[in-house]
Design a binder for this molecule. Structure first.
Ligand code: THU
Length: 134
């Protein structure tokens, strides 16, 4: 699949990040098995624990529209204000990995990107091996 397009959508979503406390803005673009894309950004709160990550925003948007099968997610994040180039890769936090694993299969692709061309590709199984399930 064309990760460049998915990464660009993550950068677009990052523009809406609300991060007045950490200044760390994150965008995510989640691709469902049917090809539909759901984006998300982080939304912080003065009560810090109420903050929501970009990845989970995207997953919850998708699931609340009836999607449950995902093939890839692209994630971009960093402190810089630059819209299309970041100094580093933003890896999903543990809680987001767990939420992704609720729906994504172990072979779901997780793309962390600095630019549309500069990215690293992992599987969810690599990032969260032996994940918890009921
Ligand atoms: N954040 C994400 O959006 N995704 C992650 O996987 C890790 C962290 C956000 C939460 C908070 O707004 C900021 O990054 C700094 O932790």
């Amino acid at each position: 699949m064309d990760y460049a397009e998915l990464i660009k959508m993550a950068f677009e979503a990052r523009k809406y990040a609300y991060a007045p406390y950490s200044h760390f803005k994150v965008g995510a673009a989640l691709c469902a098995e049917n090809g539909k894309i759901y984006t998300g950004c982080n939304v912080e709160n003065a009560s810090f624990g109420a903050t929501m990550c970009a990845e989970r925003t995207a997953v919850f948007k998708a699931v609340s529209r009836g999607e449950r099968d995902f093939k890839a997610i692209a994630i971009v994040g960093g402190l810089t204000e630059e819209e299309r180039e970041l100094s580093g890769y933003a890896y999903p936090c543990g809680m987001c990995r767990q939420v992704l694993s609720e729906f994504g299969k172990p072979d779901m692709k997780v793309i962390v990107a600095r630019t549309a061309e500069d990215y690293k590709e992992f599987t969810l199984g690599e990032l969260l091996p032996e994940s918890f399930t009921l």
